[in-house]
Design a protein around this ligand. Structure first.
Ligand code: LAN
Length: 746
């Protein structure tokens, strides 16, 4: 049994069709009713919260997802197998036991719908955005939620009094001002010593005028920044002819869907009315007197601790133009643009059942919908209902997730990990449930507004989270197909996903391939790279267009090969050519040291693993020059071996992502170790002594229950913001152990 602290017990995770909602003392198990139970909290309960959600970010800012894991483990735990394979060699037996123990533990965390819930936090600017939306729209969260949010915010305060952009980051103006204002909105007194310390950090670093543009946006809506201090968002660009490369429909969908509602708020200069709190905050977060600030001069000011990307001269020119246009714009054209934006938001709401593509869009769309339709409107209430899909409880408090979860993604990896060898046969119930879930999550319909609002044809694709979210992703579709095929091959279930459905998914993958051979995330690359020069974010890189990535490309190649093995006559020529072009892309992306840089995981070990999986799989097909492949694989192996630590493991920090240079963690990390091991074993290159050392480390680091401790953060987006993948600490060690079992012990 694992310890479940007393106030943890009152929080329950309700699930339905992939949706996951934490409710405080819920009266029913249905997530749809989660808000009907209005809750008050006694003083004792609040004190208990503080005890039970105590957390030391100095030891490790990453929480271990204990609230959820301990509860579900105690409910579900059973031994899935009573007769694990037995060997006469005690060293070998240790590997088998560790593998079985690891799968047993993780199978116990699977819920009845077949997926693994988990913490998907990490970024620190998300919860403030949602809290601001709730404040602006006068739709406060219930008291238990508010208490847990405060705890979370304080748990991640750095020793210098500030907060970073994400939980492992050094303090930045963006992080600090966002959390500071959030805590004040949540009712903390400015005299609280922790807030005094934060305020000192803010003023010592130049004050909130130096907050990056996304922060300026939020502060403007809170009436804490003048809208004149914000570069124009030029809403009229939505009326440009669609063939123009700068038409926003060509932006990466996340940027598109963030700047869209921002432009609405900007057009209406939405701001909460002045009140006591706002007037006080204006005195707290700026160095100069609020009324004396020259706002237009602040537009491009960025605190040096925040600055990641520098404004290009082209962007400066564009800002000059749009800011000047703003003074003279025609109100008739503006109206037309704004009405278009509102239609677009409405379509996104319908397509995603109000979940919206991501956490930032959800918060800002809510503000727009409230402004356009009112607080009591059905549309706005639908948004409020979905806020809870993004909230997560763990032992560091209540946080906002980076998405409405990573459900499909985690099921795919975990299932494939378990089925890597015939050990998977021992876990029939787990696989049956995974199958159920993957089957339900395939996207089989498109909303009628799909094409009108620039969505890529995607029937047959798989999403990252749930089918209700509805945005299919190239590599998630790949993972979906690969998972289904591996389950079908295992013989553990009666197949119900038809050939036709799988072929549709293959078509989606083919349709996502870029001309240069690579695969991007949600769509094709729709505009030239120079559009990046217009990136106004200052804190993220490569956000303007959807770029091809090594990881996405490798997954798609891998899946296409499996699809070809399954259906040899299906679009053979087209598949071959897609695979070959994809490989050209991967080969080109290899760095001179033999590694690949990753856009979505930490970091070189992650991308190198993906690349090696694709290269080694193609090698067997003999449709690509073998010498080129061998050279690439050997170089990658050399790279990995050169990074192995004396204890046998591998470890990278998030700095690898932000600085594009391999940055070794002080301690080996099980996740990086597993990726490196999976690559070395896929390459089949006689590196057994290195592999043995890595496997040994995984076994040593495993807990008695079959879990591994949460170490450093393992996900990233846009180079500079980190995100938690709480399942990785189980999935990848299991996968590596299972591959070892298949290669050396079976
Ligand atoms: C994700 C999560 C999944 C991820 C993979 C599928 C793992 C990857 O292979 C492709 C990219 C993708 C889909 C991805 C893109 C960026 C996302 C959506 C996220 C990291 C989750 C959160 C992030 C999103 C941009 C966060 C909101 C912040 C903004 C800057 C808008």
């Amino acid at each position: 049994m694992l310890e479940v602290k007393s106030s943890w017990k009152n929080w329950q995770l309700l699930i339905k069709n992939g949706r996951q909602i934490w409710a405080y003392k819920p009266s029913s198990k249905n997530p749809e009713d989660h808000l009907t139970n209005a809750t008050s909290l006694s003083d004792e309960e609040i004190q208990q919260f503080t005890k039970d959600f105590s957390f030391d970010n100095q030891k490790n800012p990453n929480s271990g997802d204990e609230v959820f894991r301990h509860q579900i483990y105690n409910q579900n735990y059973k031994k899935f197998t009573n007769s694990p394979p037995f060997t006469n060699d005690s060293e070998q037996q240790k590997v088998v036991d560790s593998l079985i123990n690891g799968i047993n533990y993780f199978s116990s965390l699977q819920n009845e719908e077949g997926f693994w819930s988990g913490d998907y936090g990490g970024p620190l600017f998300l919860l403030p955005g949602l809290l601001f939306a709730s404040y602006i729209t006068d739709s406060a969260f219930p008291r238990p939620h508010q208490e847990l949010m405060k705890i979370y915010l304080f748990n991640h305060q750095n020793l210098d009094g500030g907060w970073g952009m994400h939980i492992e980051d050094d303090s930045t103006m963006f992080g600090t001002v966002m959390q500071y204002v959030s805590l004040r909105i949540l009712g903390l007194e400015k005299e609280d010593p922790r807030l005094t310390q934060a305020r000192n950090w803010i003023t010592e670093n130049g004050g909130a005028t130096g907050i990056p543009s996304w922060g300026k946006f939020y502060l403007a809506t809170l009436n804490l920044f003048h809208w004149d201090g914000f570069n124009s968002l030029f809403p009229e660009m939505w009326l440009f002819p669609k063939w123009l490369p700068v038409h926003p429909s060509r932006y990466w969908c996340h940027s598109r869907m963030v700047y869209l509602p921002m432009a609405y708020c900007y057009s209406h200069r939405i701001q909460v009315p002045e009140n006591e709190l706002i007037i006080s905050l204006r005195e707290e977060i700026f160095v100069d007197d609020f009324s004396s600030i020259d706002w237009p001069k602040q537009r491009d000011k960025v605190c040096e601790k925040d600055s990641y990307t520098i404004q290009s001269p082209v962007l400066k020119w564009m800002n000059l133009f749009t800011n000047t246009y703003e003074k003279f714009h025609s109100s008739w054209i503006r109206k037309k643009a704004v009405s278009y934006i509102l239609d677009y938001i409405h379509a996104e709401d319908c397509q995603t059942k109000y979940i919206n593509i991501g956490p930032v869009s959800q918060a800002i769309n809510s503000i727009c919908v409230w402004h356009a339709h009112g607080k009591d409107s059905e549309q706005f209430q639908n948004h409020v209902n979905r806020w809870y899909d993004y909230l997560w409880v763990s032992e560091d408090g209540m946080k906002m997730s980076g998405y409405n979860g990573s459900q499909l993604w985690d099921v795919a990896f975990t299932t494939r990990a378990i089925l890597e060898s015939d050990i998977g046969q021992l876990f029939k119930p787990t696989i049956e449930k995974s199958y159920q879930f993957v089957e339900k999550m395939q996207i089989l319909e498109q909303h009628e507004t799909h094409e009108q609002f620039f969505r890529h044809p995607s029937t047959g694709g798989w999403p990252f989270s749930t089918v209700d979210h509805s945005w299919p992703i190239a590599d998630c579709t790949g993972q979906g197909v690969s998972t289904v095929l591996s389950i079908h091959h295992s013989g553990l279930v009666k197949p119900i996903i038809t050939e036709e459905r799988l072929k549709k998914a293959v078509d989606v993958i083919l349709g996502f391939q870029n001309k240069e051979g690579g695969w991007a995330t949600y769509e094709l690359t729709r505009a030239p790279k120079w559009l990046e020069k217009l990136n106004p974010s200052e804190i993220f890189a490569d956000i303007m267009i959807d770029y091809s990535w090594t990881e996405c490309t490798s997954t798609c190649i891998h899946t296409l090969i499996e699809a070809h093995e399954e259906y040899p006559d299906y679009k053979t020529e087209q598949l071959y050519s897609a695979i070959v072009q994809g490989l050209d892309f991967i080969i080109k992306k290899q760095r001179t040291d033999g590694s690949w840089y990753a856009g979505w995981g930490v970091c070189f070990t992650y991308a190198t693993w993906f690349a090696i999986e694709a290269l080694t799989k193609v090698r067997k097909m003999k449709i690509y020059d073998v010498t080129t492949l061998d050279q690439a694989i050997t170089k990658a192996n050399e790279f990995l071996i050169s990074k192995q630590k004396p204890d046998g493991g591998w470890g990278e920090t998030y700095k690898s992502c932000a600085n594009l240079v391999y940055t070794e963690a002080n301690e080996s990390q099980v996740v990086n170790t597993a990726w490196a091991l999976l690559s070395l074993m896929a390459a089949d290159d006689n590196n057994k002594e290195y592999i043995d050392q890595g496997i040994q480390l995984l076994i040593e680091k495993q807990t008695e229950h079959g879990d591994w401790l949460q170490e450093g953060i393992s996900g990233v987006f846009n180079y500079n913001c980190m995100i938690t993948y709480s399942a990785y600490r189980n999935t990848f060690p299991i996968w590596a152990l299972n591959r070892y079992y298949k290669l050396f012990l079976n």
